[in-house]
Design a protein around this ligand. Sequence first.
Ligand code: C2E
Ligand code: CA
Ligand code: CA
Length: 854
Amino acid sequence: MDPASDMNSARRTKHGFTPARRVAGLTVCIALASLGIIFALPSGTSIERGHLGMMSALAVAFMLSERLIFHIEARQEANSYTPTEIALAIGVVFVFPLELVIARLIGAFVGMIIWRRLPAMKLLFNLAHFALETLVAVAVFVAISSFHGGVAMTWVALLIGINIALVTGGMLVATAISQFEGGLYRLIRNEVVSAPVFHLPPAVLATLIAVCATVDPWLGLFAFTPAPLVWFMIRSHAALMHRHRDLMSVHDFSRIVGDATDLREVATAAAERLATTSRAERVTLRLWTNDGTPIDAVIGRPIDRRHLPDTPTDPGWMPLLESRHAWCLNAGDPTSPAGITLGEAGIDHCLIGAVTDEHGPVGVVILSDRQGASRTFDEDDRARLTSMVQQLAIVVRKAQFHSQIQHEAAHDRLTGLPNRGYFEAWVDAGVDTAEEPRAVLLIDLDRFKEINDAFGHHAGDTVLIEAAHRIRSTCGPLDLPSRFGGDEFAVLAAASDVEEAKRLAEKISVALEKPFELGVATVAIGASVGIAIAPLHGRNAAGLLHRADIAMYDAKTRCIRSSVYCDDLEETDSTRLTMLADLRTALKDKALTVEYQPQIDVATGRVIGAEALARWNHPEHGQVDPMVFVGLAEQAGLIEGLTQQVLSLATASAVEWQRRGWDLAVSVNISAQSLLDEGLGSLVATALSESGLAPDRLTLEITETTMMGEATRTHRILQGLADLGIRLSVDDFGTGYSSLVNLRHFPISELKIDRRFVFGLMKDQNDDIIVRSTIDLGQNLGLTVVAEGVENADVHARLMELGCDRAQGYGISRPLSSQAFLFWISDRLKGVSTKSEPMEQVTRCAAPLHHVEV
Ligand code: C2E
Ligand code: CA
Ligand code: CA
């Protein structure tokens, strides 16, 4: 019996010598011990004189036993069982010790060279311990039989000798293995425990054969007949142990690996277990995360990345990745199901398994450089790896699912950015301990609600995704962008001072000001950014976000890109909340007023009408900016009440003007939210019927973006209004990037060129081009073109040159109360005519443009 060597060569020693050197030393010691025994043994110990024929027969038997070797791998240990007992027993009985040793060494050497291709060190170690084993058998046999010359005692001596020799051999192997793997005690115990199963039956048979052979060689031959059966039984037992070990290792594998929920942990644990159970010195395990990022766990020398599949759908690897069983591959194989050229990857034989389930591949593992009695992987290894990768696939899916859930809990589904919870936790964890100051930027998109209301949620989502992308790409690698829900984003910036934070806020704002392409239209958004600096403005997320929010609101109200928190703003913020309550009261008490800004015919100077602009005189704060209170009303759902009050005041004023003899039209602004309100039609109709104003004297101004929104719905509502006979005007034209061609489908009568373009008319070539082409196109479509924001006579003159229809602006008049408006008209006409036929006079009037201030 030969528990053959098994050595891992890679592991390093704790005591200075490498394991290989220690085994070399052990080999030398064993060889010297063998020599010692040879010299110590009395000559002529065999029962019969050996001769060359017998020696050769034994050598052949020892050689063949190397062919009949099979491995017994129980748990981590791999032993090899070689049926040498019979040859050994006969040799002990029939030939001289030296001859027996020579026959054993020659036979084993040839056998190992032909069938086992062992490395030199293992070969030498095996030869040395075979020699010692053989000599121990002889020595014990001689020692015991010399006590008592009886025949029976001779056979007992032989039986004991062979067993002691085999156990000695096993222990020597265990000692050698333990140099690499440690665990000498465990290995020796295993050897002693397995001896009754593996060594005793063949030793008994061997003794029986030797006994019979001394009586008659033919009887010996007869006694040999059960030998194959005994060999077969031991082999079957070993196979059973194998299967048990495989089951246990797959079970252990799932248990150990299955505990991990993090994919990286799974990879590391799995690679380690696969290396141990398959006795592979090199393991490369690649698993893919949900988003296809590879995670590698490597044991031993790594395989170059270009020899591994990049993705689970790597075409070169598909046949292997899709197969549900592992493959044994050799470097020379002409075809391989894997996109790997083993030779180039420095592998001559390997076991590859795809970690795949019914949903597809999630990983791949390559095992090579098998250690142990056998250098190559066999069918058992392949079957075991197949079960293990199947188990692994389940664990990987579980880990992927776990990380997905974790990711989803911490991220915004729409934009993929970290969510508020994650952001706050990150700020709380980082800010207090950070040496450097950090900035919290709170970003709120301007006009998002308008776009969302007008174009629908799908368009809103597109804007948010694009905004998230722009914010992310503007941020540096150390900044943490996040989405808080709605149109609110935040960034924890690694800005070291206020100036740096402001620069980043500015960059983000600029990025968000670039037009957003929605398919149906292109829209302009912009953003307001509030900045709070840690630790100056707070040491935790709650405090910093509260202050950044106040600063953000300040930026929004002041129409600036960004604002840094300061204590004064805190007051402003609480003002906002009281303002909201006050606005509610004002609307209830009908405390809002309206001012009228005159509109004139550019060519003739004739007054055509006026735009009604809401005014709120707050009891404490005085006049509130309409942008602020209209915004508040929109946020608080008060806009319908506001529109209704302005409509009723404006229509009443127009009727009053007519009563006074001025046939003037009035324009009223309609916010995006009101336009989606099906009740708008009846609101307008009521105002008209209550005031008695002719519908064609009322114009509703609707911003361009609003109009381009949910086209069918908007179209239906606008058509309903047009059917009432009122005029519709596109306000702030030019800011929403919509094309006139799209607007043509709406029942509109007027275009109001946004004041931003009109301001720059004399200074900016581009503005001049925009204004000129808008006038051309608008008029070609049969629309009246109004220029708002006319601040001086030069602009007015240019508009006249360009043939613009109407003008409105501070240069003509600031918004006036209804009464003041009437005075303004009268003033304008003074000296031109009397007020007897005002309607005619207004029509006839072609007064030059004056800077009329009332
Ligand atoms: P808008 O509809 O574009 O109104 C024109 C704004 O431009 C008015 O500001 C007006 O005072 C200002 N303006 C007129 N001429 C000139 C000029 O020559 N130079 C400059 N710099 N500005 C000029 P106001 O009254 O502050 O209103 C601001 C915005 O508030 C309006 O913009 C409109 O969007 C909104 N708004 C005002 N009243 C109402 C209302 O009753 N309902 C709704 N929904 N929105 C209103
Ligand atoms: Ca307007
Ligand atoms: Ca406007």
